[in-house]
Design a protein. Sequence first.
Length: 635
Amino acid sequence: MLTRARDKVGWPALTLLLLLALAPLVVRGVSEQGILVQAMIYAVGAVGLDVLTGYSGQFSFGQFVYFAIGAYVMAAVRVNGHWPWLPAIIAGVAASTLVAAVIGSLFVRLRFFGSAVGTFFLGAVAVDLISGSRLSHWTGGSNGLAVLPVTIGANSLSTGDWLYYTVWIALALSVAVCLRYTKVRAGRAARVVKENEVVAAVLGVRVFREKVRAQALAGAVAGLAGCMLALEVGYLSPDTFGISQSIELFAIVAVGGTGSIVGPILGAVFFFSMVNGLASTSASSSQLLFSLVVLVVVVLFNGGLYDLLEKGTRKLLGLRRSDAGAHKKDAQVAGRAQAERTEPVAAAAVAEPLSGALAESPATVSFAQPSADRARVRTGPPLLELAGIGVDFGGVRALDAVDLTVGRGEVHAIIGPNGAGKTTLLNCISGIQPATGRVVLDSDDLTSLPVSVRRARGISRTFQHPALVADLTVLQNVEVGAYETHNGSAVLEMAGLPGTRRRDRVARDRAVHALELLEFPRERWDVHAGELTMGEQKHIDIARALASEPKLLLLDEPTAGLGEEEIGAVANAIEGVRRAGVTVLVIAHHVGFVRRIADACTVLDFGRVLTSGTAGEVLADDQVVDVFVGAGRKS
């Protein structure tokens, strides 16, 4: 359910909404229209739940609680406060949003199982509160609460076509808001959080806040659905908002297809059509048949009804591209084209991996001085200073009093055997891993600052395994890293104010500049990241980190898992970064790669600095040879 979230679903959503708007011209029966009204009410809440699950990666099995809050607040302020109906609906939505934000701030700290169980029992607590005496003045307790009829002139919004189109407007509004959310900075940040929370934090995303934002949006939409439900039923009872309704809502999203906005609407129509179609059978038989149908859809069509409809439409229109094999072939062709653009000399220069050196005997291994070794000339104070960095993992000393300086504008390589502490050192610099000692960037002490603040101060990084958002394009992925901060208001972003549009243009310009600097083929910018080769993903990971215009770029094994040609392309990219004046600290395992790109080199062994100097000096050091070939090392 968390494998894909669609980005281009505007036209399918509009088409489905138009079909529902025209349905009363064909479906004239009162009962049939009633089925569609119920389906659209559930669809309103399901669309919000889809944003929470499909786009943000969070689960809720108690979403009907927010239906209840919206419905009861709307009804109560009208009965007890004599509010007009429109302000009452706004109050119901606002109350659901507030409660969802508060409850969400508690549950988002939990992992999937804890969050799922917590929201499940939240439904039981809500029913107890509604039916009990504590809130009976507002809710009517177990006796329920009558909903005052809503009228415009002589027309009642609680019956007939007026009810139908009132609910349709609510559905259209929820779809528009949720679609807009998925396209603005907050929505894309939530998709990065879904992919990898650590990577999101390094990109400057405040993970906790983005999760709560998604919870609040889902709660707001559910509150609107609750208001529509109150109009439709005319009487609120605790039984209307039980746990089973929350489970049904989640099943609607799963059957319709998560991460599609349109899928939950299809799922709701399917669900209520099935329920009413099986109504003539006994209760136990209808529940069994419906459960079997749901299982078949989820198991055989795990992308849901929307995915099934999407594939069928493409096949019907002749737009299908030979399944996943076409994407793989395209990626391979692009990878070969990228490799052909790499200079032959570059490929030869990086053809000597340290892993190969480890396999050879000490007598045959050569760490020769590179033919064009760069002199390590520094002017002015260093950009990065590490003093006494230490990290312990359960009594194991991962880093032991590491001191390191990186000159401004240089490429500094960190090498060492597996387990030497190289990635841990980058984690300490970027703020992911707490450590003792001091981290100073450009005379600014960052030791006590969190990840997002360090990123804002000028530190950006990549990871050994690129955590790109597979269902965003290349350009969209890089844009996520191009924002200076992710502190803006999601509401203002969705409103599309001039300031927001101006900031988005700046982010896009930065993303374009980063891709052009790395010479990534423009014809691949609109390709989804999930269709890229590993070499291309490494490039995009570097571009995304570079788009924030950092002072210091940390690269964690950018050549891992790549062939010689792709390694040469990465070397070209890093040289382009150097020419742009960005300081680079890179972990590498390939001798030729280090020789080509590094101005300076530091060797870590068992969490300590073994030696540091120019690449030529370090790679020719006898101690370094012993470390990598095992001479002098005791196992």
